[in-house]
Design a protein around this ligand. Structure first.
Ligand code: AMP
Ligand code: MG
Length: 341
């Protein structure tokens, strides 16, 4: 059930906190994407998150806290981790630190680390405080499908039985930056709105695990990296290059699809829509603002599925700022099906 918490006269946060304390699950808004929340101390509740998402057991959950003291009770914060928390919390940054053993191992998929984040969202912070426990929450979607950026997306995946706190559309729309703080030089395991440049401005050198290549075996540092992710049912193709060549290539591929009986769709920069004539196009944000694309991308992928499109062409955005994280997710959604022109 979706409960709108934007009005004044309700006690839905308390109701949700009670559900969490009693071992239940709640759809929780955050500034990144909606999370599927449970008490991080409740092993049974945590197991049910993995079960209902269909999430592989070896993919750890992020633990959400309402304060730095709560985080420091759960993990070991070195000097750099403290600096980053000071600079970017509350915010879209998950710090992977050595676990103090308070959180059950299943939350971190048996690793001796824990991913901690203080979300920049009043509803989430109030829920954690009211529940009185740290909250384990992965994105509130069925494993593999696009992450949810509205309460309706959560309800579409999990049905009416789940209590979802509705705080409207997520402000950022992409999952948090995940940084491994257990090494001398921090390593970005998953890019997000807090960029490498932003991190480096606080702690100096920061490395980045390859954000644009498929997982090729071996032991990944962030287990989530090896799974197909963020993908709609439709086939996604990313088209990259000079703007004019990109539109021409997409028009060619689109028209070929039509002849084959496919139902193609273009996710285009707003300024480029006019070049596609009568072809089906959705607005994927302005050329000058990858933040708009970040905020819209998952909703666009879901809506393409809802409308029965079988092929999606995505005009690549520059891999700078949050565009870096956008392209990381879109490459995965496209299963690395990339056309360079
Ligand atoms: P999600 O919960 O769907 O946003 O995914 C969480 C991401 O954070 C996944 O890619 C995980 O692999 C990563 N993650 C969470 N905790 C840890 C950890 N302790 N060590 C490494 N990666 C983590
Ligand atoms: Mg996820």
């Amino acid at each position: 059930m979706i409960l709108d918490i934007r009005g004044e006269y309700h006690n839905y946060i308390e109701l949700a906190a009670k559900t969490i304390r009693e071992g239940g699950l709640v759809g929780m808004p955050t500034e990144t994407v909606y999370g599927l929340a449970a008490s991080a101390f409740d092993e049974r509740a945590v197991k049910s998150i993995f079960d209902i998402k269909g999430r592989p057991q070896d993919n750890p959950l992020i633990v959400h806290v309402d304060s730095l003291p709560m985080a420091r009770g759960l993990g070991e914060f070195g000097e750099k981790a403290l600096k980053l928390a000071g600079a970017f919390w509350p915010g879209p940054l998950t710090l992977v630190v050595k676990s103090l053993g308070k959180i059950p191992a299943s939350v971190s998929a048996g690793l001796d680390t824990v991913g901690l984040r203080m979300p920049d969202c009043d509803a989430a912070l109030s829920l954690i405080s009211a529940a009185g426990v740290p909250i384990a929450a992965p994105s509130a979607n069925k494993s593999g499908s696009p992450s949810p950026t509205t309460a309706e997306h959560v309800a579409a995946d999990f049905g009416d039985g789940l209590l979802v706190l509705d705080a409207g559309e997520c402000r950022i729309g992409l999952e948090s930056t995940v940084v491994d703080m257990t090494r001398e030089t921090p390593v970005i395991l998953r890019p997000g709105a807090v960029t490498r440049e932003m991190l480096a401005s606080i702690v100096g050198d920061v490395e980045c695990a390859n954000a644009f290549a498929p997982y090729e075996g071996g032991k990944p540092s962030a287990p989530g990296m090896k799974y197909r992710h963020y993908a709609p049912r439709a086939d996604v193709t990313v088209v990259e290059g000079q703007s004019a060549s990109v539109t021409e290539a997409i028009k060619y591929l689109y028209d070929k699809d039509l002849k084959k009986g496919e139902k193609p769709l273009v996710l285009a920069r707003r300024e480029n829509r006019k070049y596609y004539g009568k072809r089906d196009v959705m607005d994927a944000g302005s050329v000058n603002n990858a933040g708009e694309t970040a905020k819209a991308i998952y909703a666009l992928l879901r809506s393409a599925d809802d409308k029965g499109y079988t092929k999606i062409y995505f005009e690549a955005v520059p891999k700078t700022g949050i565009g870096f994280a956008v392209m990381n997710r879109v490459y995965k959604a496209a299963a690395y099906n990339i056309v360079k022109v």
